[in-house]
Design a protein around this ligand. Structure first.
Ligand SMILES: [Zn+2]
Length: 344
């Protein structure tokens, strides 16, 4: 089969021939239709410090996918050949205290497909049957291919009660934009998203009924005043990993505000803890998706009015992966999808 491989410890990825994986007794073989390019894949493409210390070579990369089951391991029950599926890319164990309590997303033994184990940028992927998530007929392969990052957005956005709350999202990348759409869908009152990239803010306004603010040239305080907000934001979703954005968020919160952080700051960064203490702010770190409660909720929301389809701005045949990665590297795109159906 054809697969996109980190074949050498260097910048880039290489499309090359690899053996079709053989599913074990509790695994399924999935024929890949569509995949999403993630920020993580960009780190691996660039072979930055994180990638070069965490990702083994060679490795088939990619973890955002939709496809169909073509083979079942001998012990697999409850799934059938031909089913359209996506799946959780975090491979978890069942020995840790967290797993045994059903909190699989907190299992310290977690490994990721496309990061530690061979992934989904290929014609075929093997996956534990436990990780498979069936796609209802009304959810397309395009949306199926971005359920992983939508899950990050849903997990972060639903960290705190949003009903009638004023929500600030810092960072209008695809996950920030989808989190804004989820906050709107879940019943927030005002949803404000900030960034310094006008293309991303324009895309945010196209995807959801929210207020985009370019903090490079607009004053967040005056936007807050225009919206008639009295004190500040009740809930903050930090999606940028940018220290200035987090500082601005802390200042913009109400007393007792709640902040969920998905953005990853680059290394250690200074935090004005006294502001957080005196404002009685709750901070929550967010990792991955709740397995499988987040999947249940996002599919349910997608079937009942949540529409994130416009966050996909580009689709390329997998053979044109270079163009796909160039588009992502430009920093102005939404989600970029690769189509594997015509690969031969
Ligand atoms: Zn991802």
């Amino acid at each position: 089969m054809q697969a996109l491989v980190k074949a050498q410890a260097d910048k880039g990825l290489w499309m090359q021939n690899e053996p079709v994986p053989e599913p074990g007794p509790a695994e399924v073989l999935i024929k890949i239709n569509k995949t999403g390019i993630c920020g993580t894949d960009i780190h691996i493409w660039n072979w930055d410090e994180w990638a070069s210390t965490n990702v083994p070579v060679p490795l088939i990369v990619g973890h955002e996918f939709a496809g169909e089951i073509v083979e079942l391991g001998k012990d697999v029950t409850g799934l059938t050949v031909g089913q359209r599926v996506s799946g959780e890319g975090h491979l978890v164990g069942n020995l840790s205290r967290q797993s045994r309590a059903g909190k699989f997303h907190l299992d310290p033994e977690t490994k990721g497909i496309g990061i530690h184990e061979n992934g989904a940028f290929a014609q075929y992927l093997k996956l534990p049957a436990f990780n498979v998530v069936q796609l209802p007929d009304d959810i397309s392969d395009d949306i199926g291919a971005i359920l992983d990052p939508l899950g990050n957005a849903v997990h972060t956005a639903l960290s705190f009660d949003l009903v009638c709350e004023d929500v600030l999202i810092t960072g209008a990348g695809p996950i920030g934009i989808m989190a804004a759409a989820v906050a709107r869908h879940a019943g927030a009152r005002n949803v404000v998203i900030t960034d310094v990239n006008p293309d991303r803010l324009a895309l945010a306004a196209k995807v959801a009924d929210i207020v985009p603010v370019n903090v490079a040239n607009e004053d967040l305080d005056s936007v807050v005043a225009q919206l008639g907000m009295q004190q500040g934001f009740d809930v903050g979703l930090e999606m940028s990993g940018n220290q200035l954005a987090l500082d601005q968020m802390v200042e913009a919160m109400v007393m007792g505000g709640r902040i969920a952080m998905l953005g990853i700051p680059p290394g250690k960064s200074p935090v004005d803890w006294s502001r957080i203490v005196f404002k009685a702010i709750t901070l929550k770190g967010v990792y991955g998706r709740e397995i499988f409660e987040t999947w249940y909720k996002m599919i349910s929301m997608l079937q009942h009015g949540l529409d994130v389809s416009r966050v996909i701005t580009h689709t390329f045949d997998a053979a044109e992966f270079q163009a796909g990665f160039d588009t992502m590297l430009s920093g102005s795109s939404g989600k970029v999808v690769l189509d594997w159906r015509n690969v031969s």
